[in-house]
Design a protein around this ligand. Structure first.
Ligand code: NAD
Length: 289
């Protein structure tokens, strides 16, 4: 499989993990006309994932972004499962969106490889882990690639295609074409820490926090500087509140270890996380929610 015609020929996809990202990925695959199995080890997660897809699709109808018939057709293409081997047996594409833990992803890769056919493309939605490391014990790392979607998946245009050390050229091309078929704008990024998006986004966010720490301006005014001066749709501190300060701290620590002190988490970030000010999810971060 290697070109746009192969991307078009993918009609059976499996998404592993029905959480925040997985249900969105399943939705966009179905809207692109694929039959999708939404798999999770947890039945409640599968039910919640399906409920979210239904909610997102009705919102799309309300906003005139999709017709009722289109959304009904998409829903009819999605089935759910808690049986991995059965789900993957005839899959042409598997996308994993399970928790961000290296050992977990590595062990699930082994299970997927046992279950799928040789020509199945296997993708990870990891936001920070090394694609080459996840693939390190795979028999066929050539067919493994990062497809990093953004949250909320149905609404966000960017998709980072992350190339592992052993990913084949044909599969890079396939993932790029597939991303376009899913309505996304792909960028191709090497398997470097933080890929392109997190590395730059976190860098700006950490500097903004250092500016709050140093009393340069208020959080709201620093955000406004980026929104009005640089046309960012949302300032870096408000965005940090949405992502979660604890999540940002984890990524900063990882990037600091891999790329050096310029990613060292500011003390303010550590203090706020320790105080439970995690952003929107806890009711307070740089803003009150
Ligand atoms: P989540 O916690 O919302 O969902 C994870 C789901 O995986 C849960 O439903 C859980 O039951 C399920 N799960 C756990 N072990 C499993 C297994 N062995 N097999 C199948 N399902 C399993 O997580 P999320 O936020 O959707 O993140 C998933 C992945 O996407 C992570 O790698 C994360 O880094 C990445 N990501 C997240 C975001 C985001 O904004 N949340 C953005 C981009 C990428």
């Amino acid at each position: 499989m290697s070109d746009s015609s192969s991307a078009q020929s993918i009609s059976r996809a499996v998404v592993l993990g029905a959480g925040t990202m997985g249900n969105g990925i399943a939705q966009v695959c179905a809207q692109a006309g694929m039959q999708v199995v939404l798999f999770d080890i947890n039945e409640q997660a599968v039910a919640a994932g399906m409920a979210n897809i239904e909610r997102m699709l009705s919102k799309a109808v309300e906003k005139g972004k999709a017709s009722l018939d289109e959304t009904k057709a998409a829903l009819a293409l999605i089935s759910t499962s808690t049986d991995l081997a059965a789900s993957c047996a005839d899959a042409q594409l598997v996308v994993e969106a399970i928790p961000e833990k290296l050992e977990l992803k590595q062990s699930v890769m082994a299970q997927i490889e046992d279950a799928v056919n040789n020509d199945c493309l296997i993708a990870s939605n990891t936001s920070s882990l090394s694609i080459s490391k996840i693939a390190s014990s795979m028999c066929c790392p050539q067919r493994f690639i990062g497809m990093h979607f953004f949250n909320p998946v149905p609404l966000m245009a960017l998709l980072e295609v992350v190339v592992g050390e052993q990913t084949s050229e044909a599969n890079i091309e396939l993932a790029v074409e597939l991303s376009k078929r899913l309505g996304k704008e792909p960028i191709v990024v090497q398997d470097a820490p933080g890929f392109a998006s997190s590395r730059l986004g976190v860098c700006i966010g950490l500097e903004a926090m250092r500016m709050v720490e140093a009393g340069v301006a208020s959080a709201a005014d620093i955000d406004k500087a980026m929104e009005l001066g640089y046309r960012h749709p949302m300032g870096p501190l408000r965005l940090t509140d949405l992502v979660g300060l604890d999540v940002r701290l984890g990524i900063a620590e990882y990037l600091c270890e891999k790329l050096g002190d310029r990613f060292a988490p500011p003390q303010l970030l550590r203090d706020m996380v320790a105080e439970g000010k995690l952003g929107k999810k806890s009711g307070e971060g740089f803003y009150k929610w």
